[in-house]
Design a binder for this molecule. Structure first.
Ligand code: TRP
Length: 467
């Protein structure tokens, strides 16, 4: 990954590359963090869980759970320079802790089952926009416009075969990138495309904030109504915090393993978490004014993004060109995030089962496709099948975001907080004493030891009704 540079620590091991600079670290990590989680899942869940209260809980989860776990994953990754399973061998941890690696592999699969489906919707919207399917919206009344976008969404994702083909295309793009070995090239492009996506989101925001529904949209997003906070809202906010930061399943262990020796791990986590959250909030500010202007339902579910974005662009000059650009950049962000997800089972198979890397890629993508097609929309073929009262889309999302990631995060917090020598943590996080950040480290260790695991347990037990 990235430019070759020997690292001081592992001269005995095979040469392991590191990122070339702090900026490369930042953008690569952000490339994994920013994706459909920010652009699609965040507004969907905020809408479904009643707005401001959910956002507040989500912020608290980022601060007290997401960031401490991210720092811990960076710590494990950089101090061992290994993949999530090998890392625990190197730390001479008891075999039990390898479970974090296994949870990570299954988490990546469960996420990809539905993530690839949504990525497929994004791809299909690029082509809808190019074909001009949304061109006539601007001439419709507000009410008709709202109905039109909703019916376009329903017919796109509810069709019997095409969503499956788009899902296959989304997975194939990931496969081609991994096969062509251009992953590094792609990751370098992140530096250009992320800021572009960011700019486009700002443009949408500006337009949205001048719509009639802006006030209602903002008050939905930011006004905290404590009565909306229920155990399941807490669990969703917590799951989203982990999902968006890509933590809880070892992805950041892998990224950390490529970091340079002089990277300030604590600062990097804060910068990544801050930027990731900023993107989400801006997406929220772009979407909810549209919802209230066009009389849509905030709790519309997974279609929310796909319904609102064409509407707001219908109100901007050259909106259709920008609409194409928006879905293209979203597809790019989703692909970057998928690369980091697919990497987890691929590296696992290659290193633990000694499989050829290309074979691992093919097997992984095939599993993702075969099980992933089950997540098609309820009105599409076999979309109506349910298990435990949920369709597969919701079930896989629940298992990964609300079970695997929080459990993984809990184990990581316990491992680093309670099973690791404090001196080792201090040494790594201060870059061998080069950084003068002992206060920050102490605060981090205290939160990680006591607050993070306790909060996780409370939310968990609360959501299954035990307390
Ligand atoms: N964070 C990404 C998003 O918001 C999704 C993602 C990529 C992820 N890698 C991950 C989530 C690892 C959990 C774990 O779209």
């Amino acid at each position: 990954m990235f430019y070759i540079k020997d690292n001081k620590r592992n001269l005995t091991d095979e040469k392991r590359e590191t990122f070339s600079s702090g900026l490369a670290v930042f953008f690569a990590t952000l490339g994994s963090a920013v994706g459909l989680g920010n652009i699609w899942k965040f507004p969907t869940l905020v809408g479904m869980n009643g707005g401001g209260a959910f956002v507040l809980v989500y912020f608290i989860c980022i601060l007290l759970l997401g960031i401490p776990v991210m720092i811990s994953e960076f710590y494990i990754g950089r101090s061992t320079r290994s993949n999530p399973v090998g890392a625990f061998n190197k730390l001479k941890a008891k075999p039990f802790w390898k479970i974090i690696g296994y949870l990570g592999v299954s988490g990546a699969l469960f996420i990809m089952f539905f993530y690839s489906a949504v990525a497929g919707w994004v791809y299909s919207y690029i082509f809808k926009a190019i074909k001009g399917d949304f061109l006539n919206i601007s001439s419709l009344s507000i009410h008709q416009a709202g109905e039109t976008v909703s019916s376009i969404f329903e017919s796109t994702v509810g069709a019997s075969i095409s969503p499956i083909i788009w899902q296959a295309i989304a997975l194939a793009v990931v496969g081609i990138i991994l096969f062509a070995g251009v992953k590094n090239g792609i990751e370098k492009i992140t530096k250009t495309l992320m800021p572009l996506l960011f700019t486009l989101i700002i443009i949408i925001c500006i337009r949205s904030l001048t719509l009639e529904g802006a006030r209602d949209g903002l008050s939905f997003l930011f006004k905290v109504d404590f009565s909306k906070i229920t155990p399941s809202v807490l669990l969703s906010a917590l799951g989203l915090a982990f999902f968006k930061l890509s933590v809880g399943m070892g992805t950041m262990i892998t990224y950390g393993s490529y970091f340079t020796e002089n990277n300030n791990l604590i600062n990097t986590s804060f910068k990544v978490a801050f930027s990731d959250t900023l993107v989400s909030i801006l997406v929220g500010m772009a979407i909810f004014p549209v919802v209230f202007t066009f009389g849509l339902e905030p709790g519309a579910g997974p279609g929310l993004l796909f319904n609102t974005i064409p509407l707001v662009f219908s109100k901007i000059p050259f909106g259709n060109v920008l609409l194409i650009a928006f879905f293209l950049l979203t597809a790019f962000a989703a692909t970057m995030a998928m690369l980091s997800l697919v990497e987890v089972p691929v590296v696992f198979m290659a290193e633990e089962w000694d499989l050829d890397r290309k074979k691992s890629v093919i097997i992984t993508l095939l599993i993702m496709f075969i099980v992933g097609v089950l997540t098609v929309h309820p009105s599409s073929i076999f979309g109506h099948i349910t298990l435990f009262g949920k369709n597969f889309f919701d079930l896989f999302d629940f298992i990964s975001s609300n079970l695997i990631l929080p459990i993984g995060g809990f184990l990581i917090a316990i491992f680093v907080g309670h099973k690791t020598k404090k001196a080792d943590i201090i040494k790594e996080l201060s870059n061998n004493g080069e950084l003068d950040n002992s206060n920050k480290i102490n605060i981090y260790i205290t939160i990680l030891k006591y607050i993070t695991p306790l909060l996780l347990i409370i939310v968990f037990l609360n959501s299954i009704g035990i307390i």
